[in-house]
Design a protein around this ligand. Structure first.
Ligand code: CP
Length: 342
């Protein structure tokens, strides 16, 4: 039985998707395998699967997003759900309506799934602990805590490019301190048995307890890149910085920027990843971002299939879905082996 009663339901199946660190390896593998199946839907002329037909998915983004919000919308539509994009700039949250009241109103509109991005770490867990039993909550990024679907699409990209994880040296460069992507990637890489996970950053951009994350720490990016199979760049998350943490973005580029010269220190077949948005000339040179080793846009494409997988799995494990399966046969069979059993 899982030790995470919020994300797993009473039967031990994945019901919410909030963070990766407490998930079991089988759950992650199931998401990756299910996403593999959904890539075939995305390659068809008619990109539709009926798994969420009749369901309503609400995208509730309190922070800006390009990739996450749009690929969740595409993923939901490709699963045949109705999609509600809640515009928080024009919503009644600007008149003082609380987060929970906003969500209760969306529940009253018979939404079935909330995709939530919020600036506060822990917001998605808070919401998941207050919603009705038939609703799944998926974290689209909370503060500097977690971005679990980005973590899974990064794992999907690595597995597609490199096969297995056990022989890999993965290097994450940049603003680790403020990065929810770094935390989710590190958690997933560890669960999947990655040989070595390195982080390269100035001391001011590392969490105080960085070693406890199970990574090797480097302050010279050239040392970190030696023998790397996967190189993940991160932007400086200025919106989460309080006060000066680095002298300047020029200084950061000079010391940590991913240039073609530095990339040559990694293995010749190393792949370059970045969650986006990229800041060319700050954490990555354009020639690397657009170069032959870059898989940055593949990450975006794979994000649709991964988000389809997470939505299909969690939705098949809500109380509502379980009741319907009892009434009308095994609906989960439609999802193949996508029931999220840990
Ligand atoms: N990777 C990512 O979360 O990008 P967006 O902020 O554009 O969603």
């Amino acid at each position: 039985m899982s030790s995470d009663p919020l994300q797993y339901n009473a039967e031990g199946k994945l019901r919410h998707f909030l963070s990766l660190d407490t998930l079991q390896r089988d759950t992650l593998i199931n998401i990756l395998d299910t996403a593999e199946n959904f890539t075939s839907v995305n390659d068809k002329a008619i990109k539709k699967a009926p798994l969420l037909r009749g369901k309503t998915v609400a995208n509730i983004f309190f922070e800006n997003s390009t990739r996450t919000r749009t690929t969740f919308e595409l993923a939901a539509k490709r699963l045949s759900a109705d999609v509600l994009n809640v515009n928080l700039v024009t919503s009644s949250t600007t008149k003082g309506e609380s987060l929970l009241d906003t969500l209760r109103n969306l529940e009253a509109m018979q939404c079935d799934m909330f995709i939530v991005r919020h600036g506060d770490s822990g917001a998605a867990h808070f919401i998941a602990s207050h919603v009705a039993d038939h609703i799944s909550v998926i974290n689209g990024g909370d503060g500097q805590h977690s971005h679990p679907t980005q973590g899974m699409l990064d794992m999907f990209t690595i597995r597609r490019c490199k096969g297995s994880f056990d022989n890999l040296v993965v290097v994450i460069i940049g603003d680790i301190l403020h990065s929810r992507v770094a935390r989710s990637d590190i958690a997933a890489l560890r669960i999947l048995g990655t040989r070595e996970i390195r982080v390269a950053a100035p001391r001011t951009l590392l969490p105080a307890d960085v070693e406890s994350l199970g990574v090797s720490v480097f302050h010279r990016v050239e040392d970190a890149l030696d023998g790397a199979d996967v190189v993940i760049g991160l932007r400086l998350q200025n919106e989460r910085m309080q006060g000066a943490t680095i002298p300047s973005s020029d200084e950061f580029y000079y010391t940590y920027g991913l240039t073609p010269e530095r990339l040559r220190i990694a293995k010749p077949d190393a792949i370059v990843m970045h969650p986006g948005p990229t800041n060319r000339g700050v954490e990555i040179e354009a020639g690397v971002a657009d170069g032959q080793q870059s898989v940055i846009l593949h990450q975006v494409t794979y994000g649709i299939a991964v988000r389809m997988a997470v939505m299909a799995i969690t939705m098949s494990n809500t109380t509502d879905a379980t009741n319907r399966q009892t009434e009308s046969g095994d609906a989960a069979a439609t999802v193949g082996n996508q029931t999220g059993n840990p």
